[in-house]
Design a protein. Structure first.
Length: 49
């Protein structure tokens, strides 16, 4: 399995992102592991004034 990995959970409206080590890989090597509700998204440039 190659990293990064993005998973979508349509039933619960969530997205999970793993980077550094894919799911099932070395957890200590992960530089990012994030699960969020899809409606929590912000625009790419938000906060970059």
């Amino acid at each position: 399995m190659n990293e990064p990995d993005v998973l979508e959970y349509p039933d619960s409206n969530k997205v999970t992102v793993f980077a550094g080590s894919a799911p099932g890989g070395e957890k200590a090597a992960r530089s990012l592991e994030l699960t969020v509700k899809k409606n929590a998204a912000v625009g790419y440039w938000e906060g970059e004034e």
